[in-house]
Design a protein around this ligand. Structure first.
Ligand code: ADP
Length: 504
């Protein structure tokens, strides 16, 4: 029996999960280990992680999982998935980080992105990479790091200083410094990779001021990226799969064909829709990105492009009900309270606590409640917060449709909020789509394991082989009602945006 070691390096924690591959090609978890990750906030809008702490946590969690699962001899391959865009700089000779990693949420390079946009570069960057100009992506973070560390820019040009996203840092460390490589999904989040050719572009490296010599080689998502230093775990296990977290979840869900999509409802929510083997240029401010690239796979299914949209506040709206408004003491109480009402009573909550994401992209918008009457009470606030998840999802799906993406038949969901059956039914109703939640929820780690199993030659394709039936919510609302409710939501969003303009 073969085991796969999946490393899931996330924003708030590092986890290792051992998956067992059965003779039907299905993967099931047999051991897990997790360590929380310290967050550093050195200035307003700045967020950093210690890359050395991340590395130590990876070694510790992997060792623990290997031990729990019966020893390294049972393992066949390693897969990696990671928080995307977070940028690391390290010394090639010592293998030590030269600065704390800049985390994806960090806004310190907002002025650089704004300056490039004002100079008229956005259309060309978007055409080449699929991405808008925003400090979210790695390129401006890399340039900042090269300028902040004395001598780094010169040394980077000579290959003495390395740059990479988290999976690239981990492969470097796991291979004892033998391999400086990134997978193409992570590379697609830097603003430096051409989305069609999957190569770094010299013009973008020049525009963002990042020397190509400091960047990793770009590899596919399945196949040997390197082998672990035997001193680490006792064997030279191959690193055979890698993808950024949202892309790994797409694979974990088995959303492998055009018209299949997943949304992860955690603190925020991330929709990734597979659009097929050609990139789709978004006119609706969704992000064009890579779903996965499998260099050795047969032609159909070798590459999948995706459109992505993020909702900034999903589960965080429920956290606000609990910790800010104090209307509930536990997240799960929200379900019964929402269901105590026959409808929303005309009350809408736009949870723009930190601005609005796709397709509105309004960083100045703030949370707004509309439609209060003398009859409105705590349950209305709770219901409106849960309903907002569905309306925000609908806005993303409308943007997808406007971009000409293939229509969806079902929406595959995962994440903490999917425990809420009221919210999931309401998503199905407002989106007019069946919502499907797999029995096993760790889609990100599962995707990394599946890519590693494919890359290690243990399975022949990425097809989902889930053994337990998913939970399914079918849409049950009339078209009229759906449109009336959605119009009410759009009026509320407009109010939030107009209020921000008037305040600003
Ligand atoms: P993350 O990976 O972003 O930390 P999780 O996938 O662990 O997020 O989901 C946590 C979120 O799910 C929290 O914001 C929490 O408020 C929300 N949540 C958990 N249970 C429920 C529930 N029963 N109803 C609504 N929201 C819930």
């Amino acid at each position: 029996m073969s085991l796969i070691l999946a490393i899931d390096q996330g924003t708030t924690s590092t986890r290792a999960i051992a998956f067992e591959l059965n003779d039907k090609g299905a993967l099931s978890p047999v051991a897990v280990s997790q360590i929380e990750l310290a967050q550093h906030f050195p200035a307003s809008g700045w967020v950093e992680h210690d890359a050395a702490e991340i590395w130590t946590a990876v070694v510790q969690t992997c060792r623990e999982v290997i031990r729990k699962a019966g020893g390294v001899g049972r393992f066949a391959a390693v897969g990696i998935t990671n928080q995307r865009e977070t940028s690391v700089i390290w010394d090639a000779a010592t293998g030590e980080p030269l600065h704390r990693a800049i985390v994806w949420q960090d806004r310190r390079t907002a002025d650089v992105a704004a300056r490039l946009a004002a100079a008229g570069h956005e259309a060309a960057v978007q055409a080449a990479t699929g991405l808008i100009l925003d400090p979210y992506f790695s390129a401006t973070k890399y340039a900042w790091l090269l300028d902040a560390v004395p001598g780094a820019r010169d040394r980077a040009g000579r290959g003495e200083v390395k740059l990479g996203t988290i999976e690239s840092w981990l492969v470097w460390k796991l291979t004892g410094g033998a391999r400086h490589v990134t997978d193409a999904t992570n590379a697609s989040r830097t603003s430096l990779m051409d989305l069609e050719t999957l190569n770094w572009r010299d013009d973008l490296c020049a525009l963002f001021d990042v020397p190509r010599a400091a960047l990793p080689e770009i590899a596919g998502c399945a196949g040997e990226m390197g082998r672990c230093d035997p001193a680490l775990f006792g064997r030279d296990l191959p690193i055979a799969g890698s993808a950024g977290d949202q892309q790994a979840a797409l694979v974990g869900h088995g959303a492998l064909k055009a018209g299949e999509a997943k949304i992860t409802y955690g603190t925020g929510a991330f929709l990734v829709a597979n659009v097929g083997d050609r990139p789709v240029a978004s006119k609706s401010r969704l992000l064009g990105t890579l779903g996965f690239s499998l260099e050795s796979a047969p032609k159909p299914g070798r590459i999948a492009y995706a459109l992505e949209g993020s909702i900034f506040s999903a589960g965080s709206a429920i956290q606000w009900l609990r910790d800010g408004a104090r209307l509930i003491s536990e997240s799960r109480q929200s379900e019964a309270l929402a269901q105590s009402l026959p409808d929303n009573g005309g009350v809408y909550l736009v949870p723009a606590f930190t601005g609005l994401g796709a397709p509105w992209w309004d960083p100045e918008a703030r949370g707004t409640i509309t439609g209060l009457t003398r009859d409105s009470g705590p349950a209305h606030f709770v219901r409106a917060a849960l309903e907002s998840l569905a309306y925000q999802t609908r806005d993303l799906l409308d943007a997808l449709a406007a971009d000409g993406a293939p229509p969806l038949k079902t929406l595959k969901v995962d994440g903490g909020v999917t425990a809420n059956a009221f919210a999931m039914q309401f998503v199905a109703d407002i989106c007019g789509l069946a919502v499907e939640r797999p029995a096993f929820q760790e889609m990100t780690a599962l995707g990394a394991a599946r890519l590693a199993a494919l890359g290690g030659g243990l399975i022949d394709d990425l097809e989902s082989r889930a053994t337990d039936a998913p939970a399914v919510w079918a849409p049950a609302m009339s078209d009229d009602r759906r449109e009336t409710l959605h119009q009410g939501w759009r009026r509320a969003v407009k109010a939030a945006i107009i209020a921000a303009q008037q305040n600003g």
